[in-house]
Write a new protein. Structure first.
Length: 356
């Protein structure tokens, strides 16, 4: 008997077996594709949220820091400088871009008056102008008023770099302040090597006291800056900060990409500016506040809302999500799949915290 007759070798798969194998393989591949797609979507969403949170944190930090500084004039409180005649002197045109009589002024869905922004502000967004003396200052060593046409302040040249913080290599606007007076002016000339700054003839520097060891009078760099939304280098909306120099020319810098909208509301004191209480009784837009110096002196609080988006698509269902609101106003969303979120904060103008 042939021993191989009961053990026939298999020659291949039947059609049914092949179809079953293909079906099982297809199910497995489909499952793997779905797992991969879900993992990729989760990664994109996580990445979009992380980038948006990071950008939102940076953008809010910039705004908070400068809004809180609005109205800082050295040892003199922002309100004290306006309540007593002759305490504060601004050597710039009233109502102009460098009018330091306005420590803060907002613009509802518009750009600041008299200031050309480059790039231009995106329609539908607010802008805000802040003016103050930087916190970093140098003690004034001596004051030379022998030439009334060119009064000068002298500081330690080794400390001049304190006036160059935040990337300003050649400051042009300065403030001289002690606990009694403050003057803000564009320097006629500056010599960092000798620590000498020449003020305009209209600056009354003779009223400031000095001390050879570093007296109560300090030299500050003065800031006049605008925050607004414009198109960035990558073609997307970004938060911009524009600085004004001594001739009111603007130097703009892109701070944070992906900030699509910026809205402000302002808290106003319950009393008129000449008799403030520190209690913010009402809130409103820049239009509600008004346009005069007295109207904006009532503002002691700022609410900020920003709409941020992720750098790239993070979800295919973004267009069906709930429409976000910025301080109660709805914001329209394009169906581009980007992750978007709103950041809001309430900021007190610490130089207007009455009684502190």
């Amino acid at each position: 008997m042939n021993p191989n007759t009961g053990n026939r070798q298999q020659q291949g798969l039947s059609l049914i077996e092949l179809m079953i194998a293909l079906l099982i393989g297809s199910i497995l591949v489909l499952g793997l594709a779905q797992v991969f797609g879900a993992s990729r979507a989760a990664y994109q969403l996580s990445e979009g949220m992380a980038r948006t949170q990071e950008n939102g944190r940076f953008a809010m930090d910039y705004l908070q820091r400068d809004i809180r500084m609005a109205g800082h004039f050295g040892c003199i409180n922002d309100q004290a400088r306006r309540q007593a005649a002759g305490v504060f002197t601004s050597h710039f045109a009233a109502g102009g871009p460098l009018d330091f009589g306005y420590s803060i002024r907002g613009y509802e869905n518009s750009s600041p008056t008299g200031i050309t922004l480059n790039p231009a502000r995106i329609a539908g967004t607010d802008s805000i102008v802040l003016r103050f003396l930087r916190g970093n200052a140098i003690p004034v060593m001596s004051i030379d008023t022998s030439n009334p046409a060119a009064p000068a302040v002298m500081v330690d040249p080794a400390k001049w770099n304190a006036l160059r913080d935040s990337g300003v290599a050649s400051p042009e606007i300065f403030g001289v302040a002690d606990c009694s007076y403050a003057d803000v002016f564009a320097a006629a000339s500056v010599n960092p090597a000798t620590g000498k700054g020449v003020a305009p003839a209209t600056a009354d520097l003779g009223r400031f006291g000095t001390n050879p060891g570093g007296g109560p009078t300090m030299l500050h760099r003065a800031e006049a800056i605008v925050y607004y939304i414009g198109n960035g280098a990558g073609g997307r909306p970004s938060l911009w900060r524009a600085r004004l120099n001594g001739s009111a020319a603007v130097t703009s810098e892109e701070l944070v990409e992906g900030v699509e909208n910026l809205q402000f509301r302002y808290g106003m004191d319950q009393n008129v500016a000449t008799d403030p209480t520190g209690f913010m009784a009402t809130q409103g837009t820049a239009t509600d506040v008004g346009t005069t110096d007295l109207a904006w002196r009532r503002v002691g609080q700022v609410q900020v809302a920003m709409l941020l988006s992720s750098p790239g698509p993070a979800s295919s269902t973004q267009a069906t999500q709930v429409t976000p609101t910025l301080l109660g106003a709805s914001a329209s969303l394009p169906a581009d799949g980007r992750y978007r979120t709103v950041y809001e904060n309430t900021i007190a103008l610490r130089n207007r915290l009455y009684g502190n």
